[in-house]
Design a protein. Structure first.
Length: 168
């Protein structure tokens, strides 16, 4: 809700649209860099130790995810900026995998700038009706979170089925 409000205020001449987008993007990149650093500090070995203790995740899963991230990490970081929850969390595996910092920052900046621009410009265009964005964005966020939750349930059910001994 902050970005549409800032867009509305820019439409009223109280803020600069460009400044709002630039500062919102700078804040997004700064937060992403903190999470990237956490992933880099905790590192692969700690991630593997944690995965080894979790009941439904194996080290093979982590290694498969690492191989996928090595192939598609840039795309994941860029596209992840548009998905609730993933928007922040994608920075952690990027840090764990030590994605080149310049590449990470570039993809993060592009994705965040597009996302921020969308909401700022919607607030600018809607003017005093800027609050309507919240109703629609919450539907999209809830749908995305629901799909992520459903995917996790499917994964857990499949894992539980494969770990059960077959009756004789």
């Amino acid at each position: 809700m902050v970005l549409p409000l800032a867009g509305f205020l820019a439409g009223q001449g109280q803020l600069s649209v460009v400044a709002v987008i630039v500062w919102a993007t700078a804040g997004s990149v700064a937060g992403a860099l903190v999470l990237y650093a956490l992933g880099a500090v905790f590192g692969r070995q700690r991630l593997l130790r944690v995965a080894d203790r979790l009941p439904l995740i194996s080290i093979d899963d982590v290694q498969r995810a690492e191989r996928w991230f090595a192939r598609r990490g840039g795309q994941a970081v860029l596209i992840g900026r548009f998905v609730p929850v993933v928007r922040s969390l994608i920075s952690i595996p990027a840090g764990v995998e030590r994605m080149p910092l310049l590449k990470f920052t570039l993809y993060t900046t592009i994705g965040s700038a597009l996302w921020n621009s969308l909401f700022v410009l919607l607030g600018y265009a809607l003017g005093s009706r800027w609050q309507q964005i919240g109703a629609y964005s919450s539907y999209i966020n809830n749908a995305a979170i629901g799909l992520i939750g459903l995917a996790l349930v499917v994964i857990v059910v499949r894992r539980l089925r494969t770990r059960r001994p077959t009756p004789q």
